[in-house]
Design a protein around this ligand. Structure first.
Ligand code: ZN
Length: 337
């Protein structure tokens, strides 16, 4: 879609946005074994295919970028290239999220991971008209991740407003009881760290309720809130936006039938809906493609997409002065288009 205004993106995973081309190039440069004999086979495995049945299969796609992103150099370069690509797509503000504990398999400490990503994002900002921040994801994994999550929280505090805007909880929703993560968010709230939580993506409207109770300023996905009218009222009343990633939801089959995706309903009821890609590479998408699909499937109009960008910026984990400057730009048409 030829969307003629600047854009804002709040829900974007670093590892899920490493392009096949960049991934292969980095693996070759740094002698990393991808497990694939040639670029074609490798590339075919870097995005989700039509056989994907659910969120758990979708999450398997992260294995390949995570094999490559275990080194300072590859992390920095990946963050830099993503930042440049976003700027080329006229994104003026983005929050790039990543889970430091997922990048420690070759011996890096979480703090080295954070520093490497921030270095790449800073480099992209120096060369492009874009503001970028990182969000640190704590993880829901099969095994106990309490200690690693505590370290992520500590780093979020240390780097807050120094490149990091806040935290998140990511991973396979539903494989662990949400209550296990309550203390982390109680502490985050006490320390004034803003957070969004992946909740109500793969079912579980009650997780959205829990995230609101814990003090989440935004909800990652949150689309299953549609099942609970009271929850919808709360989201509206408390002005908590949803970070909706339409293509990713379709690929993960989070609703049995794609025609019942609730984004239009949520929007029409007055829920603050923002639009993101989730994972540019794994989902093989961009903001323009998301807008195009939403225009086609749910008649989203350019003015509505503009408003969703304003909502996103208003609820970004960014100080009000920086927001005001970006808001001015967001409302101008892009000259070159
Ligand atoms: Zn996500």
């Amino acid at each position: 879609m030829n969307y003629p205004y600047y854009k804002c993106e709040l829900h974007l995973h670093l590892d899920g946005s490493l392009s096949a081309k960049d991934g292969w190039e980095l693996a070759t440069t740094y002698h990393i074994d991808t497990g694939f004999p040639d670029y074609e086979t490798f590339a075919a495995h870097t995005h989700v295919n039509e056989k994907c049945r659910d969120l758990y299969q979708y999450l398997k796609c992260f294995d390949i970028p995570l094999r490559i992103l275990q080194y300072k150099e590859t992390l920095e370069e990946c963050a830099y290239r993503l930042g440049c690509r976003l700027a080329a797509e006229h994104v003026i503000y983005a929050e790039v999220r990543f889970a430091p504990q997922q990048h420690t398999k070759q011996g890096m400490h979480q703090e080295e991971v954070v520093r490497s990503v921030l270095c790449g994002l800073r480099h992209a900002m120096q060369e492009n008209p874009i503001v970028l921040q990182g969000l640190l994801c704590m993880m829901i994994l099969g095994e106990d991740t309490q200690e690693a999550n505590c370290e992520t929280l500590r780093l979020a505090k240390q780097y807050l407003n120094k490149g990091i805007g806040g935290i998140d909880l990511a991973g396979a929703e539903g494989i662990r009881p949400m209550e296990e993560f309550k203390d982390l968010f109680t502490e985050a709230k006490r320390q004034g760290i803003p957070f969004s939580i992946h909740a109500g993506e793969n079912g579980y409207p009650k997780h959205v309720q829990t995230a609101i109770e814990w003090g989440a300023q935004r909800i990652g996905h949150g689309i299953h809130a549609i099942a609970d009218e009271k929850l919808i009222h709360q989201l509206i009343e408390k002005q908590i936006p949803l970070e909706v990633c339409y293509t990713s939801n379709l690929q993960c089959h989070v609703f049995p039938d794609e025609t019942i995706h609730p984004i239009r309903k949520l929007w029409d009821q007055g829920v603050l809906v923002t639009i993101s890609t989730d994972n540019r590479s794994i989902s093989n998408t961009s903001l323009d493609l998301e807008y195009e699909r939403l225009a086609k499937d749910f008649s989203f109009h350019i003015d509505e997409l503009r408003r969703s960008n304003e909502i996103a910026l208003r609820h970004a984990f960014l100080d009000s002065k920086a927001k005001a400057a970006l808001m001015q730009k967001l409302n101008q048409a892009i000259q070159s288009i």
